[in-house]
Structure formats: C-alpha cells, structure tokens
Design a binder for this molecule. Sequence first.
Ligand code: NI
Length: 261
Amino acid sequence: MIFDTHCHLNDEALYPRIDEVFANAIKVNVGFFVCVGWDKESSKLAVKIAEKYPNVYAAVGFHPCNIENVTENDYEETMELLNHPKVVALGEIGLDYHWVKDESKRFKQKEWFIRQINTANHYKKPILIHNRDAFEDCLEILKKETPLYRGIMHCYSGSVETIKQVTDLGLLIGLGGPLTFTNAKTPKAVCENVPLDKLVFETDSPYLAPHPLRGTVNEPGNICWVVDEAARVRSMSKKHLIDTTTKNALNLFGIKYEENN
Ligand code: NI
C-alpha cells in the first residue's frame, strides 16, 4: 500500500468530505496517511482524525506562517499531543521566506523552528520540515540543532546537488505533485537521483494536485499519479517502489505493520 506521508485531511477543503476522500484513496491502494497540523486547532483535529480512522497518523506543530500570536499555553497544549500513541511526528515546522520578507519575522521563524526541533528531540519524534526559499538558513539550523529522530524534507524543492546535504542529516526526501508537472525538470532529476532508501511520497493535499489534475483540490488518492511518474523516471517497477517507500515511512515513524500477502 502507498503511504501518503504528508496530507492535510484536517483542512476545510477535505475534512467535510473525509469519508469520500478515504474511500477514493483505498480504491487506488493508498493505505497509510500522516495528517499534518499547522497550528493548535489543526493539530488537535489531526489527532481526532487519527483516533477515528485506521492507518491514519498525526503530526502536530506550528508552520512558520502560523507562529504569530502563539501563546505559551497554545504551545504546551499542542506539544502535549506528542504523547498520544498515534502522533508520529512534529510538523510541519521550518522556514518560509516566500510569504515572509520581513527580517524580524524571519528571525522569529528561526526561533520557533529551533524550539520545535528541540521539543521533537525531547519527545523522541521525527520532524516534518517545510522549507520555502530558505534552504541555506534551514540547513544551517538543521546542522546545529540536529533532529535526533530524523524527519522528512517535505516537498523537497532543491537540486540534485543538495540531496546529499539533506540525507546526510538523516532526513528523507518527500516528493509529491510537482514531480508530475510537465515542465518539472529539476524534480524529475531529483527523483531519478535520490537513493531509494531516502525517498518517500506525499500529496500535501489539498494543495499541489499532480498533473493532469493541477489546480484542483488535491487528495491522497491522487498520489498514484506521483508514484506512476516516479516509476517511469526511475525505470523501476511500481510494486518495488511502493514497497520500499512505504517501508521507509513506516520505519521513520516507528509504525509496526505486517502486510499479509
Ligand atoms: Ni503541508
């Protein structure tokens, strides 16, 4: 079964029709999900969804665009969710310089990123990293504040040359919809070159719908377009690709699962 390592089933674009979304996913062999929070409320909802559905796990944390007005109480309440047995990661956290240009706000993003990496280490959880137009600063922080329980560079948008800098830190490379875009030279080259034991798939739904559905509301079932393209680019069997990437994700998140076939 395919593992969608990063989806926002807690987003208002998906949550109201979540049963249909799961049914669509199961039909195309998507069987594992990490539902990712971006603030206190979305993290709580991610946990609620994980409690209700089998093979759905949650990640909790504060996205770099959602750190303003976070109180100490909000932080503690959210981080306490890391004790829940279905919370498998802290995320998504990181730096976003695309939407935030102001230097003092960027500084604040760094502080929150570092703080959350330390919390992840304390709770022995991997992290899900959001990096947009901030690769150098992101890497500098990760080198100093090593995520001891590893993590995923979500929606990796770097070059082939920088893959090793990321994987050397113990991180996996998450690839999704952009790999399928018709003009996506770099993501295709990345997919071809990332070591198979470092690769995981994701949708980031409801965002980043793959080609040919680009621009529509994305959902986990659409990850099969990403897997198809990855198999084509790497010239390998889909089964082997799915088995290996799902195993990579299960190992990272510490999920025990035996497939009965
Ligand atoms: Ni996301």
